[in-house]
Design a protein around this ligand. Structure first.
Ligand SMILES: Nc1ncnc2c1ncn2[C@@H]1O[C@H](COP(=O)(O)OP(=O)(O)O)[C@@H](O)[C@H]1O
Ligand SMILES: [Mg+2]
Length: 389
């Protein structure tokens, strides 16, 4: 694989002339080429500024003090004038509780409906606290115990017998060894008997490796941030033994319309910039309408409290409002004049609401005819949705 620097940008290092570049492929892709850099890469400047300004005590192996981690998540301005962007919009107390519990010997469980920024917060916590958000176990019905403990490189195991070199550590084991955070995504999707492997890890802080007659003892700084969806149907409940090892923080849906609009605005701006969609799209008015539709359908009541509406089967989370708007921005940028209008968001909006083609369509039609139609200033949205059929 050859790497050519983007045109117009001079390469920062001239490759040595004696070796053709094809023989020495760069081991790291330049950050600007990564589709989605890790939080610690994307916000390296903010993290460095925070570390420099941070004179409060840091728990063992933490890159930042709990105060600085909280500032990193919620945003703020440092004494030297550096702006720290808000990653999470919500209650300061919730974030403080989450950060404080990671400084104890109890693990953290972020619970909430889909799209309430559980994964997002856990990534930023790991980036700010350990400087590495990449130690992740993705929970699924098929997650094996090896993902929480260790596995083997079978070729080596057969050739050399059990040895440390043949052992393949899980992200959890690596976090125990370096004293860092490890993330466990969608904990309740992991089969109950596999989840149990975490219980002894979290209480003993030791991972036995009987094959090598040894054990790995967690270094100070090790902890687990898990996420779970409290709407998942038919998944494994957390056993009470495991639940006791976690401090649970419930991430709520945004409290007010203004909060939710702010989150969508901010994230659509960031996503748009990273996709290099022509900037300066005046999307705010459209964002407010989309978020209003979401909140009314979610709550079963119009925001003025006058009309009850039926709720569709979909969760209609903030995350989904973000993707509806990002779609609208892309349409407007590539096929319009750059200004997001009703017909740029209508298709994605209807797609987000109507997940079940029969029941949800009825719910949506009713909302369209009883609520959207009656709002004079929404006539363009009404027309755009009607035109979709
Ligand atoms: N309160 C919030 N503050 C900031 N961003 C939020 C908030 N709620 C949702 N988001 C955004 O929603 C998106 C999806 O969140 P995600 O972490 O994937 O949800 P979950 O894991 O809870 O299902 C993220 O891009 C995040 O920025
Ligand atoms: Mg998630």
């Amino acid at each position: 694989m050859t790497q050519t620097p983007p045109t117009g940008t001079p390469p920062t290092e001239t490759p040595p002339t004696e070796t053709p570049p094809t023989e020495t492929p760069p081991t790291e892709t330049p950050l600007t080429e990564t589709l989605r850099p890790h939080a610690e890469q994307a916000y390296a400047d903010e993290l460095a500024a925070l570390a420099a300004a941070d004179d409060r005590p840091r728990p063992p192996r933490w890159r930042l003090s709990p105060w600085a981690v909280t500032t990193y998540l919620l945003g703020g301005r440092l004494p030297d004038g550096t702006e720290i962007s808000a990653k999470y919009v919500g209650s300061r107390r919730l974030v403080e509780i989450a950060v404080a519990s990671l400084a104890t010997d109890r693990a953290l469980l972020l619970l909430g409906v889909p799209g309430t920024a559980k994964s997002w917060v856990s990534e930023h916590l790991a980036a700010a606290i350990s400087g590495n958000s990449g130690l992740v176990v993705q929970g699924t019905a098929g997650t094996p115990e090896e993902s929480l403990r260790y596995g083997w490189n079978y070729a080596r195991l057969l050739a050399e017998g059990p040895s440390r070199a043949a052992l393949v550590p899980s992200p959890v084991m690596r976090a125990m060894e370096n004293g860092s955070l490890v993330r466990v995504e969608e904990l309740t999707r992991i089969p109950a008997e596999v989840q149990d492997a975490l219980i002894s890890l979290l209480s003993e802080k030791t991972l036995p490796v009987p094959e090598l007659d040894t054990e790995v003892q967690a270094v100070r700084g090790f902890n687990v941030v898990a996420t779970a969806n409290n709407r998942d149907k038919g998944v494994n409940e957390l056993s009470s033994a495991l639940r006791r090892r976690f401090n649970t923080v419930v991430l709520p849906l945004p409290e007010t319309l203004a909060d939710e609009v702010r989150i969508v605005e901010q994230r659509v701006g960031q996503v748009g910039r990273s996709l290099e969609l022509p900037a300066d799209l005046q999307a705010s008015a459209e964002i407010e309408r989309v978020v209003t539709v979401f909140r009314e359908l979610r709550g079963g009541l119009t925001l003025d409290g006058r009309t009850t509406v039926k709720s569709p089967s979909a969760t209609l989370s903030t995350a989904e409002a973000i993707s509806v708007m990002t779609n609208g921005v892309a349409l407007a940028a590539h096929f319009g004049d750059g200004r997001v209008r009703a017909d740029d968001v209508a298709a994605a909006l209807v797609g987000a609401v109507v997940k079940d083609p029969v029941q949800d369509r009825v719910v949506w039609q009713e909302y369209l005819e009883t609520v959207v139609k009656d709002r004079r200033e929404w006539a363009d949205l009404y027309r755009a949705c009607r035109e979709l059929g």
